[in-house]
Design a protein around this ligand. Structure first.
Ligand code: PLP
Length: 400
């Protein structure tokens, strides 16, 4: 896929060609809609890849940003930041955990999660407990460390040497995982719904099994909630449906609703293994980011808001199942939960081309692995907007 995207991108620009970009740019956004330079309206079912939780230019987020912008933008983590302490308290409460480290992106959150897991073992007197067990198809980001955790050999090509200390095991297979467990395993790291991996969802039993294996072998459990967290699955964190309690949770993307932010939430014991100087981030948790994150958390964590997501998302699911029933041979499976949905296409159809056709039909979606079209609308999408999406999906499915 990397090579295919690179070939598609022919624009003459000083911007490094690390993305396959569509020939379109947007000038403004409102709610679930984006307006192109040409003045055309697009229904945004990508949310900047799971970022625009509350849509574009949400009035409360805009005022929070403006108000904070007038007071104080940035101050070093060498001082207390009350806005940060408030957001940390909310995140810790929601995750039933205790300590929070702030950074600026998903990969910084997953990388910090791994550092914290290893440091925690080290502080417990187990310095050899360093290996992180990940799932096949996993995506945890693109730093050198997280390339090792991510199960996409093509992303690693030409970037070696890649750090050691990461292993992979088939998603959903507890016996394979058990065979890899031992006194060298610092943590199991899992996405309860693999977004990039093709909207692959694990069962509640599998997550409970991971928790039990981690406990049995003295390892920690890290939930990578960077894509599926912050309400997207219908609960604040996507692991909640299984009832498990991770030791470490990594979040980013949707937490800032468009403002770059990442965070790692840990239990008290694990968090206390980190002392001054062990990790840091210049920008992590600055007042501007915290002002915006506070609005996102306050709105998304409301029980009525989450209930409403579940109700609108089950309407979307119903409509997707109809689409599946009406397109035998084209759609293999409809996947995911809440507003993280995947339409896995049969081999004769190409998900990237389907995403292009949808864009021409004024709907933005994102391709994912396993030939899957990914739908990640803002969590505020209405039933009427879901109807618009389904109308365009139907049109594209029958005309391609
Ligand atoms: N983890 C998961 C599950 C992701 O989906 C992503 C990005 O797609 C990342 C980590 C990396 O996030 P970022 O691109 O913000 O570094």
């Amino acid at each position: 896929m990397v090579d295919k995207l690179a070939q598609d991108y022919s624009v003459d620009s000083a911007v490094m060609k690390t993305y396959g970009r569509a020939e379109i740019s947007f000038v403004r956004g409102h709610g679930c809609w984006l307006e192109s330079e040409a003045g055309e309206q697009y229904l945004d079912c990508s949310s900047g890849i799971a970022v625009n939780t509350l849509g574009h230019t949400h009035p409360q987020m805009v005022s929070a940003l403006i108000e904070q912008g007038k007071k104080l933008w940035h101050v070093s983590n060498l001082y207390r930041i009350p806005e940060q302490e408030n957001v940390a308290k909310s995140l810790a409460r929601l995750a039933n955990l205790s300590q929070v480290f702030f950074c600026n992106s998903g990969v910084e959150a997953t990388e910090a999660a791994v550092k914290i897991a290893r440091r925690s073992a080290y502080e417990r007197g187990e310095p050899d407990r360093t290996t992180i067990l990940c799932a096949d198809g996993a995506f945890h980001g693109r730093t050198l460390g997280m390339l090792a955790a991510t199960d996409r050999p093509i992303f690693r090509r030409g970037f070696g040497p890649i750090p050691s200390g990461f292993e992979h095991s088939p998603l959903g297979d507890l016996s394979a995982l058990r065979a890899k467990m031992g006194s060298n395993i610092a943590a199991i790291m899992v996405e309860p719904i693999q977004g990039e991996g093709g909207v692959r969802q694990v069962s509640s039993d599998f997550l409970v099994g991971l928790r039990n294996l981690a406990d049995e072998f003295g390892a920690l459990l890290i939930a990578d909630e960077v894509q599926a967290g912050i309400g997207r699955s219908g609960s604040f964190f996507s692991y909640e449906f299984s009832g498990i309690q991770p030791d470490i949770v990594a979040v980013a993307k949707g937490l800032g609703g468009g403002f770059p932010i990442g965070a790692v939430i840990t239990s008290k014991d694990v968090g206390e293994s980190m002392s001054p100087g062990t990790h840091g981030s210049t920008f992590g948790g600055n007042p501007l980011a915290m002002a915006v994150a506070k609005v996102v958390i306050d709105i998304v964590s409301e029980k009525t808001f989450l209930k409403d997501i579940v109700s609108r998302a089950s309407y979307l699911e119903e409509r997707l199942v109809q689409l599946y029933d009406n397109n035998p041979g084209k759609i293999i499976e409809v996947r995911g939960r809440g507003f993280l949905r995947g339409i896995r296409l049969a081999d004769d159809f190409d998900s990237s081309e389907m995403v292009g056709s949808l864009r021409r039909a004024k709907v933005l979606a994102v391709p994912a692995a396993e030939n899957t079209v990914r739908l990640l609308p803002p969590l505020i999408i209405s039933r009427e907007e879901i109807d618009f999406l389904m109308d365009r999906l139907k049109f594209v499915m029958t005309s391609d």
